[in-house]
Design a protein around this ligand. Structure first.
Ligand code: NAD
Length: 284
């Protein structure tokens, strides 16, 4: 099985590393040369963390889409959470690769049926959704749409196991899968409390960490997910519901975080500063 990971940001860089670490050849495709460079830096960091350089023998980096999609068996799309971008990208990919190549999306908030109409032969299309960071939260949620071929679904379940993930099989299409159906409302409640001025973010996290004996609270999770993804989620929701408060919040996140390069753990600062974020002191 030869894999291509498209988009090598927060998740794509982890997925590509994990797939190569598990012994599969991986092509990494990225539209932005700078991001490709950052991904290579991440991989060097992971190689120190995992104390192995072996995956580098399996990793190939491309800024050219056509070349990257040659002679592969499985596509893992992990580009930004933007519906138009994903539809456009998947449509192009499905025209380049042959009809039997499996195409998956790592989308956190869109369902396969939101995307399937843009894919030639949608029966080979489904979601393979990772959590972050994929080594600590090593689940992979597998979810098809009504026309996904069951054999392909099972193949992807097997692949998830082969790369060290615990597959979570989802039998009925569900926006947010299993994990995010629980996680997103939790993050949303925390953001509403903070952005409407009810409490500061440290106290919100403190309340959660101490009372539920957790290692991390909602704002620690937001930093881990990355402020860019949170921004996209808030903006998408604002557009869907035409909610003024959410548009205001998206603007605030853009100005106070994105524009200042505070993207979360990835850049060393989001709500907290890294390493050793302040919330660690509340863990018992
Ligand atoms: P990110 O913004 O960190 O990375 C996306 C990358 O895709 C960027 O490097 C960008 O340059 C690149 N890109 C943009 N357009 C492209 C194109 N046309 N072709 C190739 N590359 C392109 O985003 P992320 O956090 O890694 O999220 C990616 C996907 O994974 C999203 O669908 C998100 O919902 C999902 N996801 C994210 C998390 C998380 O915690 N961040 C967890 C699970 C799933």
């Amino acid at each position: 099985m030869k894999v291509v990971v498209c988009g090598c940001g927060v998740l794509g860089s982890q997925i590509s590393w994990q797939v190569a670490l598990s012994g599969f050849e991986v092509n990494v495709y990225e539209i932005d040369e700078k991001a490709l460079g950052r991904c290579k830096d991440f991989h060097t960091r992971y190689s120190n963390l995992f104390r192995t350089k072996k995956p580098f023998e399996k990793l190939f980096y491309y800024a050219n889409r056509e070349k990257c999609l040659k002679d592969i068996d499985l596509v893992i799309e992990s580009i930004p959470e933007d519906l138009r971008l994903k539809r456009d990208f998947l449509s192009k990919v499905s025209k380049i690769v042959s009809e039997d190549i499996i195409i998956t999306t790592n989308s956190s908030t869109f369902r396969p049926s939101d995307l399937k109409g843009y894919i030639d032969n949608p029966s080979r299309f489904l979601a393979l959704h990772f959590a972050n960071p994929i080594w600590e939260a090593n689940i992979a949620e597998i979810m098809g749409h009504s026309e996904t071929d069951i054999g392909i679904f099972n193949k992807v379940v097997e692949f998830a196991r082969d790369i060290g993930m615990e597959p979570i099989k989802i039998y009925k299409e569900q926006a947010g899968y299993v994990l995010n159906s629980m996680l997103i409302p939790w993050l949303e409640s925390a953001q509403r409390l903070y952005f409407s001025g009810v409490a500061n973010f440290e106290d919100i996290d403190k309340a959660w960490i101490i009372s539920t004996k957790s290692k991390i609270g909602p704002f620690g999770v937001i930093d881990l997910v990355g402020l860019r993804t949170i921004y996209n989620i808030v903006l998408n929701r604002a557009k869907e519901t035409n909610n003024k408060e959410m548009f205001k919040r998206a603007k605030k996140i853009k100005e106070e975080f994105l524009d200042k390069g505070k993207l979360g753990v990835e850049t060393g600062e989001g709500f907290y500063k890294y390493p050793n974020p302040n919330y660690e002191k509340y863990m018992k």
